[in-house]
Design a binder for this molecule. Structure first.
Ligand code: KG4
Ligand code: ZN
Length: 369
């Protein structure tokens, strides 16, 4: 760990996790997360208003916990990074407002960064610098994309994405049909271990010869699984939950890994990174490992705790922004619920790289814009 590497605090509030991480270059110093997932469980999905309120309550204690965990003082930070988007508008706003307040009060540069690029960059904390280029498969409750990046701070190119449901969303919906609770991924993963993945031949979306090579579709699969379960129930037969879970999961991870490996081969990229909440899936990890090895591709998957939403990933990307001298955001930074994946960060209109003083020029009113 070089002494001159940037010390950055990252704030993540795009969904239901209030995450605050602190990194020193590519070294993780603290990763504090407060989740409101239990509060949403009885609704079967994330309720935006509840998430925003929970972020507000958790924000300051989580920041303090992270600073304590890292054993650093806020004064020592080289920058404050925050998820500027994409995500739930109200939830993002809480993080962005907090980051502005800290940046202003401490006189530190602010970096509004992209949630998806952060999901990729987090792997630096576990496996060292990202190879360039890297292919990334991002699979979570809100997104499923194949991205090609030659520089995570400035060049992320979308190769493909889901045309309907996100992969994690499909897990959550099938878990609901099976009365397994929310979120569905972890419980389906667990049950699938005791089921037969070949028991039921569920459809593989968008894998026909004329289909787009790198796009995904999970809504047809979701409907097929729901119909299959309904037919069993209507016939008064017991639903083999473990086999359904295993067969459904196999259909998802088969398509994800097949397309990711194909994209790597087509583009001549020999590193595949998998991130997002669904990357915690044990079968996805195993099948990706198997297929990458066969294709001569090096696979990088962060540990499950870094795959789901967290603040460390935002800090990791923020540190990379500082290290590469990217322009800071100004205090007019606003949350953008549909921030395009191609925008790794949101530089300020008048910001200059390494200009740490610009934050002092902004009037207090802008903190709340
Ligand atoms: O990245 P994440 O924490 O939040 C979003 O940005 O969406 O991902 C949450 C999603 C949920 O849909 C959850 O069901 C799924 O990731 N997930 C899993 C597993 N653990 C979490 N899906 C499949 N297998 C798992 N083990
Ligand atoms: Zn996410």
């Amino acid at each position: 760990m070089a002494a001159d590497e940037p010390l950055v605090l990252g704030i993540e509030t795009s969904c239901d996790e209030t995450g605050v991480g602190i990194v020193h270059g590519t070294t993780l110093l603290a990763d504090a997360v407060a989740s409101s997932v239990d509060t949403h469980a009885r609704f079967g999905g994330v309720v935006p208003e509840i998430a925003s309120r929970a972020h507000l309550e958790a924000m300051v204690p989580t920041i303090e916990r992270a600073l304590k965990q890292a054993g650093v003082s806020a004064r020592d930070l080289d920058g404050i990074a925050v998820t500027a988007g994409p995500g739930l508008a109200g939830a993002l706003l809480v993080g962005v407002s907090a980051a502005k307040a800290y940046a202003y009060a401490l006189g530190k540069p602010l970096y509004g960064v992209n949630h998806l690029a952060s999901h990729i960059c987090v792997d630096q904390l576990e496996h060292g610098r990202l190879p360039e280029p890297t292919m990334a498969l991002l699979v979570s409750g809100g997104h499923s994309s194949l991205l090609l990046s030659s520089d995570i701070t400035s060049d992320v190119r979308p190769m493909g994405a889901t045309i309907d449901d996100a992969a994690g969303e499909a897990f959550d919906k099938i878990a609901r049909v099976l009365d397994l609770g929310f979120p569905g991924g972890p419980v389906i993963d667990r049950l699938a271990k005791e089921g037969d993945p070949a028991a039921i031949a569920f459809p593989r979306g968008l894998t026909g010869a004329k289909d787009p090579a790198y796009d995904f579709s999970f809504s047809g699969l979701k409907t097929a699984v729901a119909r299959w379960i309904e037919a069993r129930r209507n016939a008064g037969e017991e639903v083999p939950v473990r086999d359904v879970a295993a067969s459904f999961q196999e259909a998802v991870v088969d398509v994800l890994t097949r397309k990711a490996v194909r994209a790597c081969k087509d583009e001549g990229v020999d590193h595949l990174m998998i991130g997002g909440g669904v990357a915690a899936n044990s079968r996805l990890r195993a099948l990706a490992e198997e297929r990458c090895e066969r294709a001569g591709i090096r696979l990088r998957v962060p540990r499950p705790g870094l795959c789901t939403d967290n603040g460390a990933m935002v800090a990791a990307l923020g540190a990379e922004m500082v290290a590469r001298g990217r322009a800071a955001s100004d205090l007019e930074l606003s949350a953008d619920s549909s921030l395009p994946v191609t925008e790794s960060h949101v530089p300020g209109a008048h910001a200059h790289a390494h200009d740490h003083d610009h934050v002092h020029e902004v009037s207090k009113e802008n903190l709340y814009s």
